[in-house]
Write a protein that binds this ligand. Structure first.
Ligand code: SF4
Ligand code: SF4
Length: 114
């Protein structure tokens, strides 16, 4: 079931747990971005607490194809309910496949990915 994310402006994009392989995947994604695009994403003004990769200007995840598994799972599990579409929950409990290495936006900031 699709979530009505357009117009939400990253309402649910805050700090999320992230694993070692996910950090690596995002690093690869960031390094593959054209420098201008990367700098534009990096230097956007965000609210305190908003994910460092949220693309405010375009109202979407700035690293969508490399986003952590929890972001992909959000809205579809009973412990990750989207408040705008709670009926999208189809599964019970989401948990990471491996121990998180830390929290994105708190332990891992832009300087860790460039
Ligand atoms: S998952 Fe829900 S809260 Fe998050 S951006 Fe989409 S509609 Fe908004
Ligand atoms: S990585 Fe993308 S989807 Fe996940 S919290 Fe950050 S901006 Fe949102």
């Amino acid at each position: 079931m699709e979530l009505p994310c357009k117009g939400c402006r990253g309402a649910c994009c805050g700090p999320v747990p992230i694993t070692g392989p996910e950090v690596k995947k995002i690093k690869k994604k960031i390094k593959s971005m054209p420098v201008k695009m990367r700098n534009e994403l990096k230097n956007q003004q965000r609210f305190y607490g908003t994910c460092i990769f949220y693309d405010q200007d375009n109202d979407k995840c700035g690293i969508y194809s490399a986003r952590p598994a929890i972001c992909d799972a959000f809205g579809h599990y009973a412990n990750l309910v989207c408040f705008r579409k709670p009926e999208a929950v189809k599964k019970e409990h989401w948990s990471p496949k491996e121990e998180p290495a830390g929290i994105l936006s708190v332990d891992f900031k832009w300087e860790h990915f460039e």
